[in-house]
Design a protein around this ligand. Structure first.
Ligand code: TRP
Length: 446
């Protein structure tokens, strides 16, 4: 396979594309409920530490490989391995990444479909005058309705794949330009509103005052997996985006900007959501429904609440859209690398992911009690194992390839941060990121 000629139109476009990939359900939906289930501030602390020590350096490693290879993840790895005179089996890392994003996208599409449902309900004014209990019951009724869930999941797959089919470096930029700033504005409005409620002070305590007794191996592993998930690192998906990176752009600077923007969204969403949780006396460990129940309650208290709520779900939808495009890209690029036309590759991926997603849809009704592994139904399985196990393993291998296998000059050029920047990055990956990931993964096994 030859080098791709596709490029993001500017440095800014690249940063926006990666931020669009990073910011999504991970920040607004997953971060709050994981924090709720994992003891609050301890989880937040670990997650931020992992973002800095592992997520960021490995993100640079991943993008760097794509940029140096300028091909689909599998083909970039094969090509660079050949250059470095090591085994071509490294390409299987690209296939492993494709499997990981396949599983993640299958549930991601289903949950994004929930935003479509809530967007419509909000605009219809369905939440007007409802109390917390009724809002919760409404959500449960929706989950128990496989037809409505299938409809939304299908719609979301169509949205995603229509952009992917057109080629991501073109379709994505305008979407990002519009959505990202609006999302921040709306989250800030929510946090300001929260500051005037009774839940605000306990929410801050919960998020920022660590209770060390909540610490356990499980919490550490969840924080590790979440750090990779939220940055979109570990599945070769950013590698695919790196292939389209412009020639003159410092990678550490771009990655640093993305990480800051990404963590900011999680913190804002967390403060807004936990303020409602504590004001209403709800359980922080309520699970995946947390955001979908708390936010309608919060917005209901605002003037023009339905309008704000609708706008929020619209922005969430746009945010998940740009993330799912990123999730689909490595699979499509890989099939394309094997000679398929882009449209056909997209259709195959879409069908496969849609089918797997149906297993998640049914996990809330007919297949709720079908256990696949360790007592987990399909939805529980795909929302944990690929994130907590596959992403760290993928990230580890990506880091080893970039920092130990790639020839120095190739990596130095692709990082584009000068010799000192390069040395600092490589030392961090070699002596901090790789050992730390290994330790956490192994402690999980035991
Ligand atoms: N980071 C996205 C989120 O937080 C999800 C995501 C997009 C992702 N691309 C990815 C996760 C690649 C893992 C790998 O919602």
């Amino acid at each position: 396979m030859n080098e791709t000629l596709e490029r993001w139109s500017s440095r800014r476009a690249f940063i926006l594309a990666v931020t669009g990939a990073a910011v999504g359900l991970g920040n607004i939906w997953r971060f709050p409920y994981m924090t709720g289930e994992n003891g609050g501030a301890v989880f937040l602390l670990l997650y931020v530490a992992f973002v800095v020590l592992l997520g960021l350096p490995v993100m640079m490693a991943e993008i760097l490989i794509g940029r140096a290879g300028r091909r689909s993840p599998m083909h970039s790895l094969a090509h660079l391995a050949q250059q470095a005179k090591v085994t071509p089996h490294w390409r299987w890392l690209g296939a492993f990444g494709a499997l990981t994003v396949f599983l993640i996208l299958s549930f991601y599409s289903v949950v994004s479909g929930w935003s479509i449902e809530f967007l419509v309900e909000a605009v219809n004014g369905d939440f007007v005058g409802l109390g917390p209990a009724e809002i919760g019951a409404n959500f449960d009724a929706f989950l128990a309705d496989p037809l409505r869930m299938t409809f939304n999941h299908t719609l979301f797959m169509i949205l995603t794949m229509s952009v992917v089919a057109a080629g991501v470096a073109n379709g994505l930029e305008k979407l990002n330009n519009l959505m990202m700033p609006l999302l921040y504005v709306l989250l800030v409005v929510l946090v300001i509103h929260a500051a005037f409620t009774d839940g605000f002070a306990p929410a801050l305590t919960w998020l920022f005052r660590p209770d060390m007794s909540a610490l356990s191996v499980g919490v550490v592993i969840n924080a590790l997996g979440h750090a990779f998930f939220t940055l979109a690192v570990g599945a070769c998906a950013l590698m695919a985006y790196g292939a389209y990176m412009p020639d003159h752009q410092s990678l550490p600077r771009a990655a640093g900007a993305v990480a800051i923007l990404d963590v900011a969204v999680a913190l804002l969403a967390g403060i807004a959501i936990f303020s409602v949780v504590f004001a209403q006396g709800m359980d922080p460990g309520e699970g995946p429904g947390l955001m979908f129940v708390t936010l309608p309650i919060a917005f209901a208290e605002l003037p023009w609440g339905s309008l704000w709520l609708g706008l929020f779900f619209l922005l969430l939808l746009l945010a998940t859209w740009t993330s799912s495009i990123n999730l689909a890209e490595p699979m499509v690029a890989t099939l394309q690398g094997f000679g398929l036309r882009r449209s056909r590759a997209t259709a195959i991926v879409a069908l496969g992911v849609w089918l797997a997603g149906m297993l998640s849809v049914l996990s809330f009704s007919t297949m709720a009690e079908v256990h696949w592994l360790a007592g987990m139904n399909f939805f529980e399985l795909v929302t944990t194992v690929p994130t907590d196990v596959f992403l760290p393993i993928g990230g580890l291998l990506i880091a080893i390839f970039a920092a130990w296998v790639l020839p120095r000059d190739t990596a130095l050029r692709a990082l584009d941060a000068g010799p000192n920047g390069f040395r600092a990055w490589r030392a961090l990956v070699r002596f901090v990121s790789i050992p730390l990931t290994l330790i956490v993964l192994l402690s999980g096994l035991i």
